[in-house]
Design a protein. Structure first.
Length: 221
């Protein structure tokens, strides 16, 4: 990680091609997933087990976590529930959390409102719960919902194309009455609802997610 300090990877939304030393296999997704698995394991050991608050590499860490999510790598599980809450909901996070947030923001996986606005606070709360939901789905705690089904919901396919997406998946927050997420598979975009008035309980919100992701109709607009 030390050699990655200062590396400008914020623009890199092209699909990574990974080739391990003395291996000639063409990367159709397997080597890339293996690469991210190894990198995330090192990140967990060096930055989150335990948390090293005074390291100055957390912005790079955030970018790598975002790249793994963007490029069909493993879902990052290195962040505890309390740390996820601080990343997305705390208006005055600790310095290393602020750096981590900047790294995650750099690849524009989601479209947040300006920081400090009331709408941004609502978006951050919903997004933090969505990340928690992804962790539960990845761990098999959401019944029939899998990460592959969630990917299909917004892209129409359960796997990333071998050559990557022509249009990168994104997330948008919208105000409406229904908390069922919707997806536009033509432009690979998922929409999550932010509350107009009252926010549903976490259990109720997760049930909305379950229903939508298990019914492909809601992923086709």
């Amino acid at each position: 990680m030390t050699s990655a300090r200062g590396a400008n990877i914020c623009y890199n939304r092209n699909t990574l091609e990974v080739q391990f030393y003395e291996e000639n296999a063409v990367d159709l997704g397997g080597p890339r997933r293996e690469f991210f698995t190894l990198v995330l394991r090192q990140i967990q050991e060096h930055y989150f087990d335990p948390v090293r608050e005074y390291s100055d590499n957390y912005e790079i860490v955030g970018k790598i976590l975002a790249l793994s999510m963007l490029q069909s790598g493993p879902l990052p599980r290195v962040l505890s529930a309390s740390l996820v809450e601080e990343v997305f909901n705390n208006s005055s996070p600790r310095a290393f959390v602020h750096d981590l947030r900047r790294g995650l923001d750099a690849l524009c996986l989601y479209e947040f409102s300006p920081e400090g606005s009331n709408r941004r606070q609502k978006e951050s709360k919903i997004y933090a719960k969505y990340v928690k939901y992804l962790r539960e789905a990845a761990s098999g705690r959401r019944g029939d919902v899998t990460l592959a089904k969630i990917l299909r919901f917004c892209t129409g396919s359960e796997e990333e194309p071998p050559l990557g997406y022509q249009i990168q998946p994104t997330m948008e927050f919208v105000e409406r009455q229904s908390f069922l997420p919707t997806g536009n598979t033509c432009i690979n975009k998922m929409q999550l609802t932010i509350p107009v008035n009252e926010e549903p309980t976490e259990d109720a919100l997760f049930n909305f997610f379950d229903f939508a992701f298990c019914n492909s109709y809601f992923g086709l607009q």
